[in-house]
Design a protein around this ligand. Structure first.
Ligand SMILES: Nc1nc2c(c(=O)[nH]1)N[C@H]1C(S)=C(S)[C@@H](COP(=O)(O)O)O[C@H]1N2
Ligand SMILES: [Mo]
Length: 220
């Protein structure tokens, strides 16, 4: 296949993704979300670079020893090796990053496994309403199960066609575009489903529990 065809195929996939978003009404979700008509959430500035934010620690995890535990209130808990993770159906999508420190980065092209795929794999019990991410640097963060199950949420191992770098959370990180980026755990090692909420690292330090950029839920 020529490079031109490959490029064409990729573009086609990306267009399909955007069309799906349009069909799902991603940009037309009702009154509280009219801000979506403008791409930049309130108080944000667009950047072209990709800043790195961490706790001063960037764990070095090789794919051979990497494991992802998905457990808690689920019917079928799993511990996935990297090979098993890659054997799950793969998805590519494009989304914007909105960091609470007021930078936004448009059109990030991710590849990985959708949250919906993982949810279908482990089957959360009816009482499960919250999801807590645990990372190799000791970081944790929490979201509602329906937020984790959003149609653009991806557990990613590639960005712009390249392996996710260590500084950005490689080998594998969470990407939840419709929340501030602190909810997108880097170096994720465990996805825990729970009945009760467990505020994470920043949530217990004054950040908002939900963190919706369109409602400017930064603190409190
Ligand atoms: N494990 C872990 N995940 C994390 C963080 C962290 O310190 N540790 N920082 C969060 C914050 S505040 C942001 S803004 C993004 C930054 O991701 P980036 O460095 O790839 O831009 O990761 C989030 N996920
Ligand atoms: Mo952040």
């Amino acid at each position: 296949m020529s490079e031109e065809n490959e490029g064409g195929e990729l573009k086609h996939k990306l267009i399909e993704t955007k069309q799906k978003w349009a069909r799902d009404g991603r940009l037309l979700t009702g009154a509280p979300d009219v801000a979506h008509a403008q791409r930049l959430p309130p108080g944000q500035k667009e950047v072209k670079n990709w800043p790195v934010l961490d706790l001063g620690l960037q764990p070095d995890i090789d794919t051979a020893s990497w494991r992802l535990t998905i457990d808690g209130l689920v019917e079928a808990p799993v511990v996935l090796t990297y090979a098993q993770f890659l054997a799950l159906p793969q998805t590519e999508n494009i989304s914007d990053i909105h960091c609470v420190t007021q930078w936004s980065r448009y059109d990030n092209h991710w590849k990985g496994v959708t949250s919906r795929e993982l949810i279908a794999l482990v089957r959360p019990k009816a009482e499960a309403r919250h999801v807590i991410f645990h990372s190799h640097d000791g970081y944790t963060t929490n979201v509602m199960l329906d937020v984790f199950g959003g149609d653009d949420v991806i557990v990613a191992y590639q960005w712009e066609g390249q392996p996710l770098t260590r500084e950005h959370g490689g080998p594998v990180r969470i990407v939840i575009p419709r929340s501030y980026f602190w909810k997108s755990a880097k170096w994720v090692k465990r996805i825990e489903f729970a009945r009760d909420d467990k505020p994470g690292f920043w949530e217990v330090r004054g950040y908002h529990n939900e963190g919706d950029p369109w409602r400017e839920e930064r603190y409190g």
